[in-house]
Design a protein around this ligand. Structure first.
Ligand code: NAD
Length: 335
């Protein structure tokens, strides 16, 4: 009998086809994510769940699927999954590390440029018929990016990819991380600083940590007050890493110059959110990894991970490696 996989919502075709080669697929082909009740209703008899970051895989969900062996998520972040509980229950979690690194770093760099050089504001000015002076010595002045100091919080895959881009802009680069990366320090000639020091010296600060209990509100009032009044904050990690209330205050009161944000504490961002009225903020709707090629590759990679686990093989995109000790792979083999 083929293993059963529940796919929570519409994903690139390539992954659905791949899963169908090996599994019976319950495909919920809808853009909107399912409610928790709907997920629970559909996973009672499945061997695998294919989800995205919008579906919470908490204890209650995992417990409602007694045969569950693997959760595959089309994301590198796993903050929507109760990893400790999944591991305890012997449920493998596979994700999509690496394949979205360059695409997300591109967006982070794009947000730095767009915010510093007021690209979106300029576009809006033209469209709204407010461009009256052909060229004026003091019109729409922004901040240089070339040659400035970039502080990277979290020098993992995406943080390092951003650093490589910044080298091309002759930026001075520093980073803060819970893990020192001497290899990258040497490769790119970048400096490790404690968080407070990084916040004080950087012209641009870009966040690339995962959302965990330790990183929730890592950037709050105290941290924002340490930044330069000309600093620009970019967040393409997860919304709750930044305390939005504090950020709003910082942007309104000029503690910092601007922000480029792809992620928010509440998504979608409510239409009446005060960020929308601030000219010094560039907003994108959580599109860090949203290129055609990358989304296809992410979709496929999560599916490949699920299939590997169901084959009793260890996938290279396994997140909770300790699970192997709880439920050995050979005991899973179904295909
Ligand atoms: P990664 O695991 O390679 O890097 C994360 C880095 O953060 C690591 O170096 C780690 O040591 C560091 N870190 C962890 N906890 C920390 C802490 N408390 N303080 C300081 N540093 C800490 O991950 P990655 O592939 O670079 O992705 C980073 C995050 O970006 C993901 O977890 C995800 O949430 C987010 N992301 C968002 C988008 C988007 O669409 N906007 C796309 C991809 C990834």
């Amino acid at each position: 009998m083929k293993p059963i996989v529940y796919v929570t919502r519409t994903i690139p075709e390539v992954a659905v086809n791949l899963l169908r080669n090996y599994c019976e697929v319950i495909y919920r082909n809808e853009l909107v994510p399912p409610s928790k009740e709907e997920i629970i209703e559909n996973i009672r008899n499945v061997d695998a769940i294919y989800c995205t970051l919008n579906e919470k895989m908490d204890r209650e969900v995992i417990d409602s699927s007694p045969k569950l062996k693997v959760i595959g998520t089309m994301s590198v972040g796993v903050d929507h999954i109760d990893i400790d509980y999944a591991t305890k229950r012997g449920v493998y979690v596979v994700h999509t590390p690496g394949v979205l690194t360059e695409t997300t770093a591109d967006l982070a760099f794009g947000l730095m440029l767009a915010t510093a050089r007021r690209i979106v504001e300029g576009d809006r000015m033209i469209r709204e018929g407010r461009w009256k002076l052909a060229w004026a010595p003091t019109m729409m002045l922004g901040h240089d990016v070339y040659g400035k100091t970039l502080g990277i919080i979290g020098l993992g895959r995406i943080g390092a990819a951003l650093a490589r881009r910044a080298k091309g802009f002759n930026m001075k680069i520093c980073y803060y991380d819970v893990v020192r990366r001497p290899d990258i320090e040497k490769e790119l000639g970048i400096e490790y600083l404690e968080l407070e020091e990084l916040l004080k010296v950087s012209d641009f600060i870009s966040i690339h940590v995962p959302l965990t209990a330790e990183t929730r509100h890592l950037i709050s009032e105290k941290e924002l007050r340490l930044m330069k009044p000309t600093a620009i904050l970019v967040n393409t990690s997860r919304g709750p890493v930044v305390d939005e209330k504090a950020l709003l205050k910082a942007l309104k009161e000029g503690w910092i110059a601007g922000a480029g944000l792809d992620v928010f504490e509440e998504e979608p961002l409510p239409h009446d959110h005060p960020f929308i009225d601030l000219p010094n903020v560039v907003l994108t709707p959580h599109i860090g990894s949203a290129s055609h090629d990358t989304r296809n590759r992410m979709a496929e990679y999560a599916a490949e991970g699920i299939i590997k686990v169901l084959r009793g093989e260890e996938p290279d995109n396994l997140y909770n490696r300790e699970v192997v000790k709880i439920r050995p792979l050979h005991s899973i083999r179904m295909i």
